[in-house]
Design a protein around this ligand. Sequence first.
Ligand code: AR6
Length: 171
Amino acid sequence: MKRIKVVQGDITKIKVEAIVNAANTSLLGGSGVDGAIHKAGGRAILEECQSIRNRQGGCKIGEAVITPAGKLCANFVIHTVGPFWKNGSYNEEKLLFLAYSNSLKLAVDNEIKTIAFPNISTGIYGFPKKCAAKIAIHTVADFLATSNTIEEVIFVCLDRENYNIYKAMLE
Ligand code: AR6
């Protein structure tokens, strides 16, 4: 069975142990997928984000933190912060790689076997979609090759354009 899948849809509806949130450094929510996750999951997520903020002052770009998932079907939300795209010469590719790899490491630390990712940074943060998909797929494939803990990774694309890019790259 293939361990990497792509689906088109809303990540808040996906039945996996952990969904990843494309958050911002404040961890206090926002729009896009971040807004959708906080809205569907309810206050339990925000409360834990606030206590993480009190402990460590938010989450840096490329890093990740974990919270319960409140009312979502998932058990956990892994909040990571992708880079804002400027022109490609501000370490954007490396930071996007780190957002994916640190999320995967946190999943393994928490014995999570199934995880769903949105297309981090490709919405409000403006990262070119093809380039982001290539980084996402390679980072996940390389990680799975070295670890058996995670059984399935699902890329959840809200928009058709991202879905088609992932489908073509995964074939
Ligand atoms: N399910 C799956 N994917 C979604 C959903 C959803 N419910 N909603 C949006 N997307 P974005 P970013 C897709 O803008 O670019 C927030 O305000 C969307 O189509 O959510 O990393 C944060 O607080 C796009 O492909 O995240 C930050 O300030 C992808 O998710 C900032 O936006 C990412 O789009 C982060 O920007």
